[in-house]
Design a protein around this ligand. Structure first.
Ligand code: UFG
Length: 340
């Protein structure tokens, strides 16, 4: 069985990808410091607890595991926090990745799939964003993703490190079996917050900006089901394992929904309307971000088959209802979690 090292594999997208790797007959081995990730989400292979800032530890794990491929999720991903604490982002996302890539060079450069983000595009007025659109991040988080994309190219020249960069749009939804799901602390994402509001567990959802130049005045985003993202990672990895060249793909559903459209879908699926309150714009929010997904469809033969908005919301809602039950099982390491 092919061993795949998954940094950040205890996190939201990482854990869904480990499940997909396992279904595809591979053995995911998670490397995670469990700061943002959850021990209970590591279910499909081994766990090596460690921090990428501990260079000796990642070198030891790389030499012990000798993976045939690597998927690199570990990092921080909150735009606002990256503005107030840029050092945290440069240190963890960039310095941590240098340690990882150095460790991989010691074991003959297995291919790497890297989680990047549509944030690298910054503010653009393009209707559908293709991979050719200029990269101009407007916050430190996006800058660190761009830095790693460049670093990967340099390591390829110096050490034959083939890689695929995946730029995600808005990851959302949860595993259809509700074995794992989205759980951030604090939660900042639209769909889980709207669900919490509709369920009566939170006060009114703030709508950040109602005066954008969109049909209903709210921001438009491209929501991509986490299961489709996981599938794209497996395809990207197989492409590299089959000898494919380095490449770069946008991953979105290719369809835009406004904040109000998402809120309406949540109200319909939860069965009670989401209480909302108009609020000021959130700094750094582009008006519209929607992917042109043609490149991933053509090269990876990937289709976002689970990303219908109702399915995204329905799986997120099911996980929201199930998660207390899932996490209360003994031995899951979830005892300290704040699950409201
Ligand atoms: N929103 C609200 N109210 C909320 C939360 C969000 O109106 O309480 C709005 C946001 O302003 C935005 C949309 O809902 O227009 C989606 O917001 P999310 O916070 O769910 O997602 P983002 O688009 O901000 O962030 C996502 C990823 C980031 C990534 C970013 C790229 O989570 O990691 O896309 O733009 F950097």
């Amino acid at each position: 069985m092919k061993k795949i090292l998954v940094t950040g594999g205890a996190g939201y997208i990482g854990s869904h990808t480990c499940k997909a790797l396992s279904k595809a007959g591979m053995e995911p081995i998670v490397f995670d410091n469990l700061v943002l990730g959850h021990q209970w989400a590591v279910k499909w292979g081994g766990l090596e607890v460690g921090d990428l800032l501990d260079r000796d530890r990642i070198v030891d794990v790389a030499k012990k595991v000798r993976p045939e491929g690597v998927i690199h999720f570990a990092g921080h991903s909150c735009v606002g926090e990256s503005v107030s604490d840029p050092a945290k982002y440069w240190r963890n996302n960039v310095a941590g990745t240098i340690n990882l890539l150095d460790a991989l060079v010691y074991i003959n450069s297995p291919p790497v799939v890297f989680s990047s983000s549509c944030t690298v595009y910054g503010i653009t007025d393009v209707d559908l964003i293709s991979e050719n659109v200029a990269v101009e991040p407007i916050n430190p988080y996006g800058e660190t993703k761009r830095a790693v994309e460049i670093m990967l190219k340099d390591y390829e020249v110096a050490a034959d490190l083939r890689h695929i960069v995946l730029r995600y749009f808005n990851a959302a939804g949860s595993d259809a079996d509700a074995e794992i799901g989205e759980l951030h602390n604090p939660e900042t994402h639209l769909i889980p917050l709207a669900i919490a509001s509709a369920a009566g567990d939170m006060k009114a959802l703030k709508i950040f900006g109602t005066d954008y130049s969109t049909a209903d005045g709210t921001c438009v985003r491209d929501y991509i089901h986490v299961t489709d993202l996981a599938d794209a990672h497996v395809r990207a990895l197989n492409y590299l394992l089959d000898g494919g060249d380095s490449n770069l793909f946008n991953l979105g559903a290719g369809v835009g929904y406004s904040v109000r459209e998402v809120v309406d879908a949540v109200g319909r699926i939860v069965g009670s309307p989401v209480p909302t309150e108009p609020s000021v714009r959130r700094p750094g929010d582009p008006t519209r971000l929607v992917a042109d997904t043609g490149h991933a469809r053509e090269i990876l033969h990937w289709e976002p088959v689970n990303s219908d908005l109702d399915n995204i919301v329905a799986t997120a809602w099911r996980w929201y209802q199930m998660r207390k039950q899932v996490l209360s099982r003994p031995g899951l390491g979830a005892d300290k979690l704040d699950v409201s």
